[in-house]
Design a protein around this ligand. Structure first.
Ligand code: AMP
Ligand code: ZN
Length: 492
């Protein structure tokens, strides 16, 4: 196993050698989406960045437990514990159940990430599925004296915590500055100090998403779910915690405070933060409308870009930037990525057609392979890795046109490394592979339609048509079964 991985740790503000707590095993927690609307491409960039990290850790041979939550309760409109619950608001506006909102957008999120060929996490826990754990965590914080109850709500006492342990170390804010910059309480708030944050909120009578607790019928604060779930699945101290840059404060700062208040130790060894995707120079965001949704990108149905771009080109475009750099989405940048991606794909596909020669190679494969690893070992530098892959493509093209030579041993090694970095580390697919997957989805859709038409024909007593469908499909080894629930099929 390569052991020279260096990662940029936001907690220290510098690159550090990566050493997991348990040799060969890595625990990684990434804050997941709040499922109240479709994910936009900005959200996707953060999850693709962590997919790259997850993939590379596994490529190095680590066994990774990757936990990424689904926020389905407790995230209010405003990060300062004010406003309506985002999911409840959407449910109210659409006159549907909050859990219908959650179901719809969780499915959208998973489908979208699958289109980007992002691997699913090992565990995908939800906030609503862990209310018991969150209540238990609040009790422990109260026992330690770092929280207080007022009118059925419980708040974390930031000033008291800061006296014993320091608050603000991740975002490098000191408490005086925070106090100075906080808006004064308006007299309506139950908080003792404006920088305190909610662990439990008493639900107003009209608030639908509520659970019983020792303090009131209410709901957990947003920061708490990640602490409760990361501790449950990864322990009181784990290796990596990730999320978008914008979550550093207050969300991740509050997560650290909650965990330290109870366990009296630093919960996370390496904090990794992915940078933002911008559009027209401004952060892509749900709230401002400055965003493009993935399907708008893939179909070309948007007013910003002149043409559509496939999920793989979009993924490649994102990976051409380092995960800690800002990337601006534009027509010209996407077009350049599309050209580059096609060139890379041609190189990958050409590998299988190269003919090795008896003489030695004109390219130092061992050195090149080392460079690819060094790029990724340097804080997951995917743009640098991609540059090395392009060097190899140049050489592959030269071998293909007879200008350069490759030995059979080197061909095998180059092919293995190129494919490993392309498919497994960068998570890219060649259009062929992509096409096969799309085609099988289209085939299933078509068969389902045929089953519906056959059911209709049978209901209308049009047996000529229903038999035609059955017999024609049987000829191509697709067997139809009629049951009480309807018609199903089996492909042989
Ligand atoms: P949310 O659903 O708002 O909680 O966001 C889910 C994830 O997307 C978080 O990790 C955010 O940091 C991330 N995110 C939001 N906007 C952007 C953006 N424009 N670029 C990259 N990541 C983003
Ligand atoms: Zn979180």
């Amino acid at each position: 196993m390569e052991q020279k991985l260096v990662v940029y740790n936001s907690l220290k503000g510098e690159k550090e050698s990566f050493k997991p707590i348990n040799k060969d095993h890595v625990g990684m927690y990434v804050c997941g989406p709040t499922v109240y609307s479709n994910v936009h491409l900005g959200n996707c960039r953060t999850f693709i960045s962590f997919d790259l990290i997850f993939r590379y850790l596994q490529y190095l041979g680590y066994k990774v437990r990757y936990v990424r939550n689904i926020t389905d309760a407790g995230h209010l409109e405003n990060d300062a514990d004010e406003g309506e619950d985002r999911i409840a608001k959407k449910a109210r506006l659409e006159s549907i159940e909050p859990m219908e909102v959650v179901q719809r957008y969780t499915i959208d999120f998973r489908d979208t990430m699958a289109k980007f060929n992002a691997l699913p996490p090992s565990i995908e826990p939800t906030a609503t599925g862990h209310v018991v754990e969150q209540i238990e965590f609040i009790k422990k914080i109260l026992d330690q004296g770092y929280a207080y109850e007022v009118n059925g709500s419980v708040y974390f006492d930031v000033l008291k915590f800061n006296k014993d342990m320091s608050y603000g170390k991740l975002s490098r804010r000191n408490i005086e500055e925070l106090v100075h910059n906080s808006r004064a309480l308006d007299g309506q708030s139950d908080k003792r100090n404006p920088q305190d944050f909610a662990l439990w909120k008493k639900a107003e009578p009209k608030h639908i998403m509520r659970w019983p607790s020792p303090w009131s019928d209410g709901f957990p604060g947003w920061h708490l779910e990640c602490t409760a779930m990361s501790t449950k699945y990864l322990g009181t101290q784990f290796d990596i915690h990730g999320g978008g840059m914008d979550l550093k404060f207050p969300h991740h700062e509050c997560e650290i405070a909650q965990a330290e208040a109870v366990n009296k130790k630093n919960p996370v060894n390496y904090w990794l933060h992915a940078n933002m995707l911008t559009l027209n120079g401004k952060k892509m965001a749900k709230s401002t409308g400055n965003n493009i949704l993935p399907y708008e990108m893939f179909s070309g149905e948007n007013s910003i870009l002149k043409k559509s771009f496939s999920p793989m080109v979009t993924r490649f475009f994102m990976l051409q930037a380092h995960y800690r750099s800002i990337v601006d989405l534009s027509q010209s940048a996407l077009e350049a990525s599309e050209k580059g991606f096609n060139r890379l794909v041609e190189g990958i596909l050409m590998l299988d057609q190269l003919v090795a020669s008896d003489s030695s190679s004109d390219f130092n494969i061992g050195e090149w392979n080392k460079n690819c690893y060094s790029a990724m070992n340097d804080d997951f530098n995917s743009p640098s890795l991609i540059a090395y892959l392009f060097d190899a493509v140049k050489y592959i093209n030269a071998v293909s046109s007879g200008l350069k030579k490759i030995s059979s041993e080197d061909l095998e090694s180059l092919s293995k490394s190129m494919k490993g970095f392309f498919y497994e580390v960068l998570g890219l697919l060649t259009p062929e592979k992509d096409k096969n997957e799309n085609e099988s989805k289209q085939l299933i859709g078509t068969l389902e339609l045929l089953m519906t038409l056959r059911d209709k024909a049978r209901a209308d007593k049009d047996f000529k048509t229903s038999d035609l469908i059955r017999n024609s499909l049987e000829k191509i080894q697709i067997q139809i079964n009629d049951t009480e629930e309807g018609t199903s099929f089996k492909v042989y």
